[in-house]
Design a protein around this ligand. Structure first.
Ligand code: CMP
Length: 139
């Protein structure tokens, strides 16, 4: 079933010039970008995006990191896009991520973990709408 997911190439991965490598991995896996936006989050934008983690001890640090530099936000479309992208990313903690995954290749630790991907259809819907009006998504 074709579906859409939201991906973010985080400030750490942008800083290390990994945008091209990461987008190539999406495309090779059959995840087609249907919207792309490069931007720098304000702290408030990061806090709103990660609102489900508001009570977590790492929330403030996560939002400071996510607003520390430019990011690339993408909508990816393809069969089972949500799960496919999560498999491609690997475990949240790069130390536990399998070989061949994006986080294994580009993540440094559980916070600086290179990429984000939606974890469910409900989350994908919220996250896509957070950054993209329907009219900015092609395909
Ligand atoms: P992400 O997939 O973007 O979703 C929430 C983010 O919070 C996660 O990736 C990590 O960057 C961060 N995160 C999750 N767990 C921890 C943790 N225990 N300590 C610090 N950051 C975390």
């Amino acid at each position: 079933m074709s579906e859409r997911t939201l991906a973010i190439i985080k400030p750490d991965a942008v800083k290390k010039n990994a945008i091209g490598d990461i987008i190539a991995r999406y495309e090779k896996a059959g995840l087609k970008p249907v919207a792309i936006r490069m931007m720098q989050f304000s702290k408030a934008t990061a806090e709103g995006f990660y609102v489900v983690h508001k009570a977590r001890p790492f929330f403030d640090s996560l939002c400071t990191f996510m607003s520390s530099g430019p990011v690339v936000v993408l909508v990816l479309q393809g069969d089972n896009a949500i799960k496919k992208n999560r498999d491609l990313m690997g475990a949240t903690d790069p130390a536990k991520a399998e070989a061949g995954t994006i986080r294994k290749a580009h993540g440094a630790n559980i916070e600086f973990n290179a990429v984000h991907g939606s974890d469910s259809p409900e989350t994908a819907k919220f996250e896509i709408a957070y950054f993209f009006p329907q009219t900015d998504i092609v395909g």
